[in-house]
Design a protein around this ligand. Structure first.
Ligand SMILES: C[S@@+](CC[C@H](N)C(=O)[O-])C[C@H]1O[C@@H](n2cnc3c(N)ncnc32)[C@H](O)[C@@H]1O
Length: 344
């Protein structure tokens, strides 16, 4: 006879959360192996045909189809599986795709496992943690692009005057820690007179960024190169040096000297444009559902040798190096853009 749980409402809540994790894990497997996309292409299909069309192992795909059916991603008639509504929502190219939620969930689990072990010694292995799982790194860029590109184009560009200046004047925009290069692609679409250089520490990101820029028709205006942002220097000074969710990656090892490097690589009148999640000044904010994810992110950033920054802290660092900052806040203050100019 099993004992009655003391707090049945809590048990139900936690079992629901555990099923949510299983559901997102199932979606992740389908996303990174092209199974949702394969189902879309084939329409109704048996598991074996889906395996053949996607180049996957048939026995694994059969188990995955059962799990994806159980969690409602697939519908089935006899042995013929087809995409359900939530399966179609996981298609990476679907408008408003839910793919980033599944990828982020798996990244969180990887980081959680690393933090659980590393907490014992205090070791912080750094950026390489991102590359420890073969399926995760290639999806990091697409996840960030699907999460933030539309917000950038619809909200941030119209809300920060420097982007109108870039539109009017063009010039060289450098994106440090560029990931898959979506930010420069978005700027190149708006602003025909701009050209761009993206730098990132991972070769995988640079290969993706180069391929995606060429596919978008920007091969002649956007260039990407592997390199360490701590050591970058430009042949000609930039009009804009942008960093999107990348400053906190170089802050602990760089700090003030990194800000000086930004300044010295800008032309007089040029600007650093820093977009960061905004770590709140008060802990109480972290309880709100919209902020919670930031608290977990900060734990996983610690594994990578980073921590999240408050907009005020970033602004003060630029002011201290003689670059007067302006702060623009978005999404109820969770996102901040700091624009700091090198005096002309
Ligand atoms: C959170 S991602 C943001 C990527 C991209 N800017 C975006 O918004 O999608 C941070 C990026 O910074 C890169 N990065 C971290 N440290 C770096 C360094 N020292 N030099 C160059 N790139 C670095 C990482 O490889 C990663 O692509």
């Amino acid at each position: 006879m099993s004992a009655e749980p003391k707090q049945p409402h809590l048990e139900q809540q936690f079992r629901g959360m555990a099923q949510g994790a299983q559901s997102l894990a199932t979606a992740y497997i389908g996303v990174v192996n092209g199974l949702f996309a394969g189902l879309k292409r084939l329409g109704g299909t048996e598991a074996a045909a889906l395996a053949a069309a996607t180049g996957m192992d048939a026995a694994y795909v059969r188990r995955w189809c059962d799990a994806a059916f159980a969690f409602g991603y697939l519908e089935v008639e006899g042995e013929m599986f087809r995409l359900g509504e939530s399966g179609a929502a996981m298609l990476p190219d679907a408008p408003g795709t839910l793919m980033p939620i599944a990828v982020q969930a798996m990244l969180n689990m990887h980081m959680a496992e690393r933090a659980a072990a590393l907490m014992r010694s205090g070791a912080r292995p750094g950026e390489q943690v991102m590359a420890e799982r073969e399926t995760l790194l290639p999806w990091f860029g697409p996840m960030l692009e699907a999460s933030f590109a539309e917000f950038f184009e619809r909200t941030i560009c119209p809300g920060v005057p420097i982007f109108a200046e870039v539109d009017a004047r063009g010039g060289l925009v450098v994106d440090l820690g560029c990931g898959n290069g979506w930010y420069l692609r978005a700027l190149a679409r708006r602003c025909h007179a701009a050209h761009g250089l993206g730098l990132d520490g991972f070769d995988e990101n640079i290969a993706q960024a180069t391929r995606l820029a060429a596919a978008a028709g920007f091969g002649d205006r956007l260039r990407f190169a592997s390199g360490d942002a701590h050591a970058f220097s430009l042949d000609a000074p930039a009009d804009i040096i942008a960093m999107s969710r990348a400053l906190h990656h170089v802050w602990e090892a760089g700090g003030a000297s990194f800000i000086r490097r930004l300044r010295d690589n800008l032309r007089p009148g040029g600007a650093a444009v820093i977009w960061e999640p905004n770590w709140p000044a008060d802990r109480a904010s972290l309880r709100a559902p919209a902020w919670r994810g930031l608290a977990f992110q900060n734990l996983s950033e610690h594994v990578q040798g980073n921590h999240l920054l408050g907009a005020g802290e970033i602004a003060s660092a630029f002011a201290a190096e003689g670059m007067p900052p302006e702060i623009y806040r978005f999404a109820e203050g969770r996102e901040a853009v700091i624009v700091a100019r090198r005096p002309g």
